[in-house]
Design a protein around this ligand. Structure first.
Ligand SMILES: [Mg+2]
Ligand SMILES: [Zn+2]
Length: 245
C-alpha cells in the first residue's frame, strides 16, 4: 500500500456488488414469481423505480406482508467473504476508510439486509431511493429524484430517478479535502457514470460479465476513463483485492 494513502473512500453499489443478488428481483422471485415475470415484461415501458413500487402494491393487495418481504430479504445471498472484507477495512486505522453506499435499490431493502448481517454501522452514508412502510404494511418506494421536480443533467445515460455520478460529486464536495484514494465496487451499467469522476489514483473493482464491464470495454477510450480497473467474479476475489492494495 502507498504510505501516503491515509484517508480513503470506499463506494459500494449494493445489488450484485455488496450483496450477491438483486433485491428488487429477488423479493418477487421468492414471494410472487408471476410479478417477477411481469416486471421483466414491463421494464422497457415503465421507469424501474415506479415499476418496483407498482409490483410491491400488487403484492400487498394480494396479502403479501411486511414479514414476508423482510423474510425474503434476510435469506438473500450475501457472501461471507464480502462481510469479512468490509469489516476488516472498516476496523483498520490506517488507511482510515469512509464507506458510502450508492444504490438504485431502496432504503428499506438495504437497511433490512445490513441489519441481518450485523453491518448496520458500516456505511457513513447511504444514497438510494426512499422507502417506508405505511400503517397497513405496504412498502412505499419512490424515486430519489422526484419526477415532478428538477431533473438531473446527466449525459452518460443514467436512469431519471438517480444519477450516481452527480451523487458522488455532491458527496465528495461535502467531504473535502479530497480523499487520497477512492475505491468503487460495482457491476451495473449505471455504475459507469460515477467511475468517470475517478482519478488515476482511484480504483474500480468491477464485477465481470455484467453491464459495467461491457461499458468499460466499449466506452473506456471515448469517455476518458482515468481510474485503474480490477475485475472480479466472486466476492472472495474482492476480499483478496482489499488485502492486496
Ligand atoms: Mg448493482
Ligand atoms: Zn449519470
Amino acid at each position: 500500500m502507498d504510505p501516503r494513502t491515509e484517508r480513503q473512500l470506499v463506494v459500494f453499489d449494493f445489488d450484485w456488488s455488496l450483496a450477491d443478488q438483486d433485491t428488487d428481483r429477488w423479493v418477487l422471485e421468492v414471494l410472487a414469481p408471476d410479478l417477477r415475470r411481469k416486471m421483466k415484461n414491463l421494464k422497457e415501458q415503465v421507469q424501474w423505480t415506479d415499476l418496483v413500487a407498482q409490483c410491491l402494491r400488487e403484492l400487498h393487495a394480494r396479502g403479501g406482508t411486511r414479514e414476508d418481504i423482510e423474510g425474503a430479504l434476510k435469506i438473500m445471498p450475501f457472501h461471507p467473504a464480502m462481510k469479512r472484507a468490509v469489516l476488516k477495512a472498516k476496523e483498520k486505522a490506517n488507511p482510515k476508510t469512509t464507506f458510502l453506499c450508492l444504490s438504485n435499490a431502496n432504503q428499506v431493502f438495504i437497511d433490512t439486509i445490513l441489519k441481518e448481517h450485523g453491518l448496520e454501522a458500516l456505511f457513513d452514508e447511504i444514497i438510494t431511493n426512499p422507502a417506508e412502510w405505511d400503517h397497513s404494511g405496504l412498502l412505499k418506494v419512490s424515486r430519489r429524484i422526484d419526477p415532478t421536480g428538477p431533473q438531473h443533467k446527466c449525459q452518460v445515460g443514467c436512469n431519471p430517478n438517480l444519477c450516481k455520478g452527480e451523487e458522488l460529486d455532491a458527496f465528495l464536495a461535502r467531504h473535502r479535502p479530497a480523499f487520497d484514494r477512492v475505491i468503487y465496487i460495482g457491476d451495473g451499467s449505471n455504475d459507469f457514470c460515477p467511475i468517470l469522476r475517478l482519478r488515476s489514483e482511484d480504483i474500480v473493482f468491477c464485477r465481470s460479465f455484467r453491464g459495467l464491464q461491457k461499458r468499460i470495454q466499449k466506452e473506456r477510450e471515448s469517455a476518458g476513463l482515468k481510474c485503474q480497473v480490477h475485475y472480479w467474479a466472486g466476492a472472495w476475489e474482492v476480499e483478496e483485492l482489499f488485502n492486496k492494495i
